[in-house]
Design a protein around this ligand. Structure first.
Ligand code: BES
Ligand code: MN
Ligand code: ZN
Length: 480
């Protein structure tokens, strides 16, 4: 998708499709002498919330998509209207659209927000993944959108548009990685795609291989990775767009490229969806791409813990005890609780950057889906300020998170008779005890954890990566 902004008069617009209100449609048609066509097409059209209609024209505006009831609407209604409009444009294979932003009268938001939200909707709707279809659809794809705004606002929107284009790139990258099959997308693939994506950019990409991680004492990461024939990788990206020496934000992503459960093997139904167990990694890589494209003035370190969780003669057994790079020991009671094992060594590694804050993103627990379903990511944090910043970024972008407790009372669920802690906490509050496990490795650093098991991908007919929580993270980093 390519987004631009225009302050020209709508009456001069030339576009395959103009998206606007009935009132403006009348003005446009009067100007081109097509009032009769419009009136005929709209005879039964109700100008109310949720209604929309396409009207075919013959001039420079080839058709108009009229959205009903745009006066004094709530932000949520705007999002719905824009989402259905985006889907309609994609459904009709319209290659580009002109969006009349001035036709929306939305309470409590500014033009920046209107344009930003529309860009996100269009990015989501226009995304396609058909790399593995032998007959790719010949249909046109929605490739660009221009936003018509008041002349006075155009200049101020330049940054918003730049960020919208950056987010679009980041989202598509995250979704592509998530959707790749697990026979292609292994830890080495994540590394080579990272390198390809960031080629020529002013960033440092490095990696730790299994030998290096062993020498750093990352026994928890290795306990997961060693059962697989695919080499595990810790991928590290350092972006310095901010003040020299300013403490960076560190993003950490769970990159389990396939989670069989290991020796604690998962049941067969739906196991294919465990290719999405690297969506946390995909999200932090996607948002890193967006940050670089938008040239945000921040220092950012991105760490991806990439491994495959497989059963084999070399795999970890339930009952094995390992030592993490922090020195803490872990009794691995369930090899399917592998995400926290790769993440604890990654979080410990993050501490060496003396970060301002650490945010990890992981498809960590099925229990998170039980608790919140797919509408919210679960947020845990040892810092109220960091938590509220992330929640606000989620609200603002519609990529919402919901804060969950990290109370001390939950910690004892991880007690082990043999090691410093167990890697599972029993049946109750599974998403919370997983977060409790991670919290022990953040030490005194401000840290937040997003469990995106329910939000990062869709199951069923819409099966595929959602790109979440890239919008939330990008907004958070923009406002930092
Ligand atoms: N990757 C899974 C969590 C998951 C489940 C993500 C469904 C997305 C959809 C994770 O590694 C896992 O297996 N967690 C276990 C933890 C349990 C053994 C304590 C779970 O949720 O069952
Ligand atoms: Mn697992
Ligand atoms: Zn997993």
């Amino acid at each position: 998708m390519k987004f631009t902004v225009s302050d020209q008069s709508l009456l001069d617009a030339k576009t395959p499709c103009l998206v606007t209100s009935l009132k403006t449609a009348k003005r446009v048609c009067k100007n081109t002498g097509e009032t009769k066509t419009l009136n005929q097409a709209c005879r039964d059209f109700e100008d109310t919330k949720g209604k929309q209609i396409f009207v075919q024209l013959a001039g420079r505006v080839e058709r108009i998509l009229i959205l009903g009831g745009l006066d004094k609407i709530e932000a949520a209604d705007y999002r719905k209207a824009i989402t259905t409009a985006s889907q309609a444009l994609v459904g009709l294979s319209i290659p580009s659209a002109a969006i009349d932003v001035t036709s929306f009268k939305v309470k409590g938001v500014n033009t920046d927000w209107l344009v930003e939200s529309a860009m996100a909707s269009l990015s989501h709707s226009s995304y396609q993944f058909n790399q593995y279809k032998s007959k790719a659809s010949k249909k046109f794809q929605l490739k660009s959108a221009v936003f018509y705004v008041d002349a006075l606002e155009k200049r101020g929107l330049a940054k918003t548009i730049k960020c919208g284009n950056a987010l679009d790139e980041g989202l598509a990258f995250a979704k592509d990685l998530g959707n790749q099959p697990p026979n292609i997308c292994n830890p080495d693939y994540l590394l080579s795609e990272t390198r390809r994506l960031l080629k020529g950019e002013k960033v440092k990409v490095s990696q730790l291989d299994e030998r290096k991680m062993t020498s750093l004492g990352m026994g928890a990461f290795m306990a997961v990775s060693k059962g697989s024939d695919a080499q595990g990788r810790m991928i590290i990206i350092e972006y310095s767009g901010g003040k020299k020496g300013a403490a960076p934000t560190v993003l950490v992503g769970k990159g389990i490229t396939f989670d069989t459960g290991g020796i604690s093997l998962k049941p067969p139904p739906g196991m294919d969806e465990m290719k999405f167990d690297m969506c946390g990694a995909a999200a932090v890589l996607g948002v890193t791409r967006a940050v670089i494209s938008a040239k945000l003035p921040i220092n950012l370190v991105t760490i991806v813990a990439a491994a495959e969780n497989m059963p084999s003669g070399r795999a970890t057994r339930p009952g094995d005890i390992v030592t993490t790079s922090s020195g803490k020991t872990v009794e691995i009671l369930n090899t399917d609780a592998e995400g926290r094992l790769v993440l604890c060594d990654a979080i410990n590694y993050a501490l060496r950057y003396k970060p301002k804050s650490i945010v990890d993103v992981a498809t960590l627990t099925g229990a998170c889906i039980v608790a919140l379903g797919s509408h919210a990511s679960a947020l845990y944090s040892n810092s109220d300020e960091l938590a509220s910043d992330l929640l606000e970024a989620g609200e603002n972008t519609g990529d919402r998170a919901w804060r969950m407790p990290l109370w001390d009372e939950y910690q004892s669920a991880l007690n082990s008779n043999f090691a410093d802690m167990a890697n599972v906490g029993g049946r109750e509050a599974g998403s919370v005890t997983a977060a409790c496990f991670l919290s022990r490795f953040a030490e005194n650093t401000d840290w937040a954890h997003l469990d995106v098991a329910g939000s990062a991908f869709f199951s069923g007919a819409k099966k595929g990566s959602s790109g979440r929580p890239v919008p939330l993270l990008f907004k958070y980093l923009q406002t930092r």
